[in-house]
Design a protein around this ligand. Sequence first.
Ligand code: C2E
Ligand code: CA
Ligand code: CA
Ligand code: CA
Length: 275
Amino acid sequence: AKKSMDEKICFYEANMDEASRARRAMARDIWTALERGEFFLNYQIQRAVSCDEITGYEVLLRWQHPVQGLIPPAVFIPVAEECGAIGAIGDWVLEHACREAAQWNLQPRIAVNLSALQLSNAGLVEKVRSVLAATGLPPQRLELEVTETAIIADRERALYLLQQLKAMGVTIAMDDFGSGYSSLETLRSFPFDKIKLDRSFISELETSQQAKAFVRAILALGHSLNVAVLAEGVETEAQRAILEQEGCQEGQGYLFGRPALLSALGELAQAVPPH
Ligand code: C2E
Ligand code: CA
Ligand code: CA
Ligand code: CA
């Protein structure tokens, strides 16, 4: 038994080595990916739940790795955060998305995700200001999505930065609300214009009375705080119908459209391609 336990530990350590080697390799590749133009953006439609009015487009980062192919952001963003590359990548996303949104006349707005590192960097406000000036995108057409985990790192600074961005005319959405550490305290003290209800509630909407009760309560909270509520991960018509019945106004998910290149969103996007 002793021997087999040792073997297991060896096996485990060998795998750990391999995993951390893979992370180191990925961290190295991330730094060159920007220069080599391996990142690109997808857009996913956000729309009214009860009609086909478009309310926005979430910008989702993609990495086409030359050897490993398409790597999902859930895999490479944590590595980019760990190795510090997320700052440069976040800047690239912001610049690229605002430029495309201006060129394609995306209405009424785009929504860009911010990482923890961006939200603890005092340069964020000036960065957003200069990107808007350079691209000509009006601030009202930019929404920034932040998660509770992203503001935990430096709460005071995050609050200060978000207040300044809001004063500029940019809107702020609380992402993944109801998952992880999201708290009512954050909702109370941060200047959110929108709550994005986490996908986990929506996927249980048809089967769980509890999920439905939470959705109902968060919608009531949103209404009384005058904060918009958007349901994430709407996949079925049944979910859409329940959301409509509950008075949820906005949704996003595969039912309405998958993330895609702007050029592939086509007529659905009501966007005007640049000539
Ligand atoms: P998120 O911000 O919660 O983005 C929504 C994710 O849900 C996207 O995954 C989207 O493709 C997926 N999704 C949309 N509709 C549905 C649906 O109906 N069903 C299901 N099952 N999934 C749906 P994606 O693109 O893989 O992004 C994963 C996460 O990576 C994002 O979660 C976000 O946290 C992060 N991320 C993506 N782009 C950026 C970026 O530019 N900057 C930063 N900091 N994070 C990003
Ligand atoms: Ca998001
Ligand atoms: Ca989300
Ligand atoms: Ca998420």
